[in-house]
Design a protein around this ligand. Structure first.
Ligand SMILES: [Zn+2]
Length: 155
């Protein structure tokens, strides 16, 4: 089968958040100092260094609808490079339990494709779910809080 690609926020959107300090709903973005809690940036998909972190509300699904959840995410306060790699898990998955969920083309959860794993062990689950044509793409979220981490697409 083909490979996979973890995808973070669009770079134009990340830049807009930094410049305008407003989320997609027009609400103010919170600025705070990142501590040692390994806050995950949803653009570079790495942990935010000891610098300003931006906290905002985000809806990862492109289509509106009942499964289009809104939740909190962090983004690096300083410009960062987008995560661009195929067949490699991004650093934000390391050291945390995650849930991998399949979403249909209609932007609904595929309840047959949902599994909690250690982030480092997510690859076989990702590959298996992407083999199922019912999954248009996957979302990876923190298992404990349900916070969106990244999307995963077929490469
Ligand atoms: Zn970043």
């Amino acid at each position: 089968m083909s490979g996979y690609r973890a995808v973070g926020l669009d770079s134009d959107f990340a830049r807009q958040i930094r410049e305008e300090r407003r989320d997609a709903f027009g609400d103010p973005v919170e600025v705070y100092l990142s501590d040692s809690a390994r806050k995950p940036c949803r653009h570079c998909l790495d942990h935010i260094p000891a610098a300003q972190a931006l906290l905002l509300s985000h809806r990862p699904a492109p289509l509106p609808g009942p499964y289009s959840e809104v939740g909190p995410i962090f983004v690096c306060g300083e410009a960062c490079a987008p995560f661009e790699a195929e067949n490699r898990l991004p650093p934000v998955l390391e050291g945390r339990k995650v849930v991998v969920r399949g979403y249909t083309a209609e932007e609904r959860i595929n309840y047959e494709a949902s599994e909690i794993v250690e982030g480092e062990d997510a690859e076989p689950v990702i590959r298996r779910f992407l083999e199922d044509p019912k999954n248009a793409y996957l979302q990876v979220r923190t298992a404990l809080f349900g916070c969106f981490l990244c999307k995963v697409e077929r490469a």
